[in-house]
Design a protein around this ligand. Structure first.
Ligand SMILES: *Cc1c(COP(=O)(O)O)cnc(C)c1O
Length: 396
């Protein structure tokens, strides 16, 4: 997820436009801004690039998730099905909405299993949030079918997978809304930022209002605007949007480079005894930010990560032992440790998160290792990495 690797003149020029006028706010100041509308332009180009009708930028991916839920009508007491393998932000956003995170198993796509989602449904289920982890996709067509048939809201967390597609359509475009993050470690970054995309005009208008105190953004006098709904401030600044705009224009090059680099390493370890690969519902649509493979068991996975690191192959993650991306180590969440009483604690039926039992996900995550794919590897470094990785895994 290496947008940070490629800052250059393009980013500096975009930021320079904003600094030159001093208009850091995305709305208004029409006279002073010399026609620089970085957030607006980023939104237009993002929607176009992803083939959807609308995009709305937010202050972060977490803010985008909160905005999307609010815009889709997901709130207090609603059950929202989420995967146990995600960045913890997905779960935070559900809690902050006053909704109840309900965990369902993942499958070998590393994303929500449609069968497990169906098994987790209750009369209180309102939405399903599949998370397209590590650059690739859930079985999104099946999840969409399930949500459509049950009248549930499908909301995609595509924060890690901008530019990835399933059967030609952008991840994030299948649900009622899709969310992206442009934080410092994502495929494209703007420092801090995120986006909600949708094809639904009402959802877009609600997101646009929610993320800016409910403002309807009609007319040119902010003080005279009406309020559509109660909202909050999840706005992005023009400085951040300027960086993101330059990065978005590099997305196709980023994807091509990642796909090439990933293919070289994957080829090198294909056929190594005991090594299997993550299931990709549409390999052509993988954004290739990570190469994820499975070792035969937990011990071998731990050995492999240690041996790869010792051999100088950096950037390999064993999520099962990681504090951030798998539920097993979210101790603060298990006990709902918060600085203040959470809305969900007022509900009669919240699950006991200390007792979440997800044996299928555990078994998959124990074996999974993800190698981050970088843009900056020289051909020699790439060859060396491919060779060393294959040798280390063979020896195990
Ligand atoms: C990064 C990320 C987020 C949150 O994005 P921020 O911009 O860091 O708030 C949410 N979900 C997933 C899956 C992520 O990887």
């Amino acid at each position: 997820m290496p947008g940070f690797e490629i800052f250059g003149q393009e980013e500096r020029e975009q930021v320079g436009d904003v600094l030159e006028t001093g208009v850091l706010f995305r709305y208004g100041f029409d006279g002073a801004r010399k026609d620089h509308w970085k957030a607006k332009t980023f939104e237009t180009e993002l929607a176009q690039r992803l083939g959807v009708s609308y995009a709305h930028l937010c202050a972060s991916g977490t803010a985008a998730l909160g905005t999307a839920m609010a815009a889709c009508g997901v709130g207090a007491g609603d059950e929202v099905i989420v995967p146990p393998f995600t960045f913890v932000a997905t779960v935070e956003a559900v809690l902050m909405a006053g909704a109840v995170p309900v965990f369902a198993e993942i499958d070998e796509t590393l994303c929500l299993s449609p069968e497990a989602v169906e098994a987790a449904l209750t009369p209180a289920t309102k939405a399903v949030i599949p998370v397209h982890m590590c650059g690739s996709m859930a079985r999104i067509d099946e999840l969409k079918q399930l949500c459509d048939s049950k009248g549930l809201i499908l909301l995609e967390d595509a924060c890690q997978s901008v530019g990835a597609t399933y059967q030609g359509d952008a991840l994030g475009s299948f649900g009622k809304a899709g969310c992206f993050s442009f934080d410092p470690v994502k495929t494209i970054t703007c420092g801090e930022g995120g986006a909600v995309i949708t094809n639904d005009k009402d959802i877009y208008l609600a997101a646009d209002a929610y993320a800016d105190h409910g403002h309807d953004h009609i007319g040119t006098d902010r003080g005279a605007e009406d309020h559509l709904i109660i909202g909050t401030n999840y706005r992005i600044s023009e400085l951040n949007a300027a960086v993101g705009l330059a990065q978005l224009r590099k997305l196709d090059w980023i994807l091509d480079t990642q796909r090439h680099n990933k293919a070289v390493i994957k080829e090198a370890i294909t056929g190594v005894s005991g090594v299997a690969f993550r299931q990709l519902p549409d390999p052509a649509g993988d954004s290739a930010t990570f190469l994820t493979f499975f070792m035969p068991d937990l011990d071998k996975a731990r050995q492999a990560v240690a041996a790869l690191s010792a051999a100088g192959v950096d950037g390999c993650f064993h999520w099962f032992d990681n504090n951030w991306h798998y539920i097993r180590k979210w101790n603060h969440f298990h006990s709902l440790k918060a600085s203040a009483r959470l809305a969900v604690e007022a509900l009669p039926n919240i699950p006991d998160y200390n007792r979440i039992h997800l044996p299928q996900s555990d078994a998959i995550m124990q074996r999974a290792i993800s190698m981050q794919i970088k843009l900056g590897w020289t051909p020699e470094q790439l060859e060396e990495r491919a060779r060393t990785t294959a040798k280390v895994l063979q020896d195990i």
